[in-house]
Design a protein around this ligand. Sequence first.
Ligand code: ADP
Length: 191
Amino acid sequence: MINIALFGPPGAGKGTQADLLVKKYNLLHISTGSILRSEIDEGTPLGLEAKKTIERGKLVSDEMIVKIIEKTIRNNPDVRGYLFDGFPRTYVQAYILEGIMTRFHKKLCCLISLEISEDVSVKRLLERGRTSGRRDDTEEVIRKRLREYNDKTIPVIEYYKEINRYFPINGDGSVGHIHSQITAIIDKQIL
Ligand code: ADP
C-alpha cells in the first residue's frame, strides 16, 4: 500500500497530476475540494456550512475536513492506497492525519509539493475561471485563497520536512515532465 499527499498552492496542478497517479498506481483519489463541491451541489448540511467559507476564499474548519477524511477512509479500507489532494492544508490537519493513519494501521509515505510562484498561480486560476464555472476562481477570491495558503498551509511543509517526508518539485513545467519526477519519487518509496 502506498499513501501519498499532493501539496501545493491553488493552481499548482494537483488535480491534473492526481488523475495520472490514480491511474498509474490504482489509488483512491481523495480531493477535499471536490468532496466539498459535491456536498454543496447536493445541498447537504455540510455543503451549506462550507459554501460561504469557500466563496470567501477561506479554509473550512479542520473539524469538518477531518470528519470527511475519516469517513472516506473508513468506507474504503481495501484500496491499493490513498492519494490525498488538497489535504492536509493546515498544521493541525497534518498532525491529525498521522493519528488517523496510525489508527487504521497505515502510513503516509510522502508529501509531494508542486511549487509555483504566486504570479503563475494567479494566471492559471484566472484562465481556469473562464471555463471552470468555479465561483472561487475570481481575482478577488484567488488573492484571498493565496493569503490563506501563505498563512495556514505553508507551515505544513515544516511538519513533513522534520520527518523527512517532504519532496518538492518545480510545478512550472510540462505535465509529462512533472509526472515523471513524481513517479520517480514514488517508485523509490515502493522499492
Ligand atoms: P484549490 O487548491 O484550487 O484552491 P480545492 O478544490 O482544493 O482548490 O479547494 C477549494 C476550497 O475548498 C478551498 O479554497 C477551501 O475553502 C476548501 N478546502 C479544500 N480542502 C480543504 C482543507 N483540507 N482544509 C480546509 N479547507 C479546504
